[in-house]
Design a protein around this ligand. Structure first.
Ligand code: AMP
Length: 284
């Protein structure tokens, strides 16, 4: 496995692979890997000739007061996991090589980023779209794989790629969970044992919502109230950042469930801000 830190060296290799006609798969991450990250790599491994994983804790997607400086990291462990997952090249650029001090070019996708995480993290998706665009230009992948855990992020990246004619196929993969249903996240390490014990209720609240929808409740306010009550009872120390029912494609809030809907939640639990979602789809 190659370990590449230099963006210029990465791009040189990416261009060689492209010229040789190889299928290159990219899995962009911020490191501190868990099964969720590895599931993306395993899927990619099956579909490409050259597998690249990147680890970059992108400063431009963190707002003031967020966890940029404390973001968990274990490069040696990730490197070992990368080898086991069949990664051919692990790209680990440093901040100063990715952003010059006068960096001033941004990719924004305003329509998809006023709701959900975009509301509580105003510059987040600008940072995400910009860094993903840079990674695409550096690695020159045929396709890139992202998790549905970050559903809004996936929607933003799909739209950016389509509208800027970036020749990269975007693949979304399902959320990987702990045995008790908690969505895997690098940030789960922030949880105290008490917080960890109640965290699976985030998922259970979403399953309750799905049950209610499937048994005929279509009023978004009523659904949100029911899940809000569930969270108050089961995660009393949690602070709800948002709980929204949105159109899965446009990320616009829906008042009434008429078609497929995405219920998305962000909840602060101690030092962690945890997100999860459920896609309630209807057969046609
Ligand atoms: P991160 O390192 O948190 O930026 O995540 C890197 C990629 O892994 C993103 O595409 C995430 O959506 C994806 N990911 C994170 N957690 C999970 C999970 N539990 N299941 C599936 N994919 C995930």
């Amino acid at each position: 496995m190659l370990r590449i830190a230099s963006p210029a060296a990465m791009q040189e290799l990416g261009l060689v692979w492209r010229r040789e006609g190889l299928t290159v798969g990219l899995v962009p991450t911020m490191g501190y890997w868990h099964e969720g990250h590895l599931s993306l790599m395993r899927w990619a491994r099956e579909h490409c000739d050259v597998l690249v994983a990147s680890i970059f804790v992108n400063p431009t997607q963190f707002g003031p007061g967020e966890d940029l400086e404390n973001y968990p990291s274990d490069l040696e462990r990730d490197s070992e996991l990368a080898r086991e997952a069949g990664v051919d090249a692990l790209f680990t650029p440093v901040r100063d090589d990715m952003y010059a001090p006068d960096h001033g070019t941004w990719v924004t996708v305003p329509e998809l980023t006023t709701n959900l995480c975009g509301r509580s993290r105003p510059i987040h998706f600008r940072g995400v779209a910009t860094v993903v665009c840079k990674l695409f230009n550096l690695v020159q992948p045929t396709f890139a794989v992202f998790g549905e855990k970050d559903w809004q992020q996936l929607a933003v990246i799909r739209k950016m790629t389509r509208e800027l004619d970036i020749p990269v196929r975007i693949e979304g993969r399902p959320i990987m969970r702990e045995a008790d249903g908690l969505a895997m996240s690098s940030r789960n390490v922030y949880l105290t044992p008490e917080e960890r014990a109640v965290a699976p209720h985030i998922r259970r609240g979403l399953l309750l919502l799905e049950d209610l929808v499937r048994s005929g409740q279509t009023d978004a306010d009523a659904l949100r109230a029911a899940v809000g009550k569930y969270y108050e009872a089961h995660i009393p120390m949690g602070r709800l950042d948002y709980l929204e029912l949105v159109d899965p494609a446009t990320i616009e809030t829906v008042e009434r469930v008429r078609d497929d809907v995405l219920a998305a939640v962000a909840l602060r639990l101690g030092k962690a801000r945890l997100i999860d979602n459920i896609h309630v789809a209807f057969e046609r």
